[in-house]
Design a protein around this ligand. Structure first.
Ligand code: PEP
Ligand code: MN
Length: 344
């Protein structure tokens, strides 16, 4: 249920409603908008209905949330977009995030060269995997803790917040030491225990859409994190499986406006994993930015030919500044900027 408070409701009235919701074992999720405060009441519907909050002091109306994802729904924020603040950077609303970095952390030199290149080009955050989900168990699985150490060094040197993947809840503690955003990979999108653990950690999460997942399933994955009281969730479209074999995955650009209609959460696009080819990354990034994405997350490497994984799709570090200029122009078409948002 969603309790919409009156415009002139007092803080005490809001608190009283929250107290009553919690008194029946339900959870209250207040969101204070510019105009009104809305309180999401998540729990046993009958118990909440019995409270008869309609007509309580300060309450304007009580409306059911019809979607199965409650906290992720656009309804709960009354149509307002969530703007997340991560390491001094904003994402969502007018703030576009250019997240860039290597597929995987391979060495100190590779990580630092890439980090400086993307920072100098105005990137918002640095991505890089220390734990890699690989289709083959024989493929390079990431540097693990050593990779995290290198990411920490890159963060210290550039000031860029770090986006890195967590695959196994047992690695949560070391990942939390460096991650500003924990990435949930496409293959783990429905790993509910992992999602709940990240929710409890309070660390912002970037959840990638599964290869064959519907938007509703993606939003339900986000709900697992939100339900634990962690409001910092970013949705990521990264291409889905279709009958087409000419490229790695089909980037579902339609997901951008539709997710933004269904949810208040920021939506970013990963054109690198969708395309699997460097030459497609820029046109797809421009399309995503112009279509209103709240950011892109792209792979960059100083020497993609030598990359341990995903070489063919990684942008060349020395070409990244030109790419960033193009993305900035496309983002402006949708009324978004990222360079201004990078100043702390
Ligand atoms: C990645 O971002 O490094 C990655 C493996 O992506 P995905 O989970 O989308 O395949
Ligand atoms: Mn990759």
């Amino acid at each position: 249920m969603m309790i919409v408070m009156k415009q002139d409701a007092t803080a005490e009235e809001v608190q009283a409603v929250i107290g009553r919701i919690e008194s029946v074992g339900a959870r209250a999720h207040p969101s204070r908008g510019d105009e009104v405060t809305v309180i999401g009441a998540i729990g046993d519907l009958e118990h909440i209905a019995r409270l008869e909050l309609d007509g309580s002091p300060g309450v304007d109306r009580v409306v059911p949330i019809l979607k199965p994802y409650k906290l992720a729904s656009a309804q709960i924020r009354h149509g307002e977009r969530s703007v997340l603040e991560i390491g001094g950077r904003k994402i969502g609303g007018p703030h576009f995030a250019l997240i860039a970095g290597p597929c995987t952390v391979e060495s100190r030199d590779q990580t630092m060269t890439t980090a400086y290149a993307v920072r100098d080009a105005g990137a918002t955050m640095l991505r890089g995997g220390a734990y890699k989900p690989r289709t083959s168990p024989y493929a390079f699985q990431g540097l693990g803790q050593e990779g995290l150490r290198l990411l920490a060094e890159a963060k210290e040197a550039t000031g860029l917040p770090i986006v890195t993947e967590l695959m196994d809840a047992r690695d949560l503690e070391p990942v939390l030491e460096v991650a500003d955003v924990i990435q949930v990979g496409a293959r783990n999108m429905q790993n509910y225990a992992l999602l709940a653990e990240i929710g409890r950690s309070g660390c912002p999460a970037l959840i990638k859409r599964g290869l064959s997942s519907t938007l509703e399933e993606l939003l339900m994955a986000a709900e697992y994190v939100l339900k634990e009281g962690n409001e910092n969730v970013i949705l990521c479209e990264r291409g889905i499986r279709t009958f087409e074999t000419a490229y790695r995955f089909t980037l579902d650009l339609t997901a951008i406006p539709v997710l933004k209609e269904l949810s208040h959460l920021p939506v970013v696009v990963d054109p690198s994993h969708a395309a699997g080819r460097r030459d497609l990354v820029e046109p797809l990034s421009l399309a995503a930015a112009a279509a209103g994405a709240d950011g892109v997350i792209v792979e960059v490497h100083p020497a993609p030919e030598e990359a341990v994984c995903d070489g063919p799709q990684q942008l060349r570090a020395h070409e990244f500044a030109r790419y960033a200029d193009q993305v900035e122009r496309a983002a402006a078409v949708a009324g978004k900027a990222f360079r201004a948002a990078t100043t702390v």
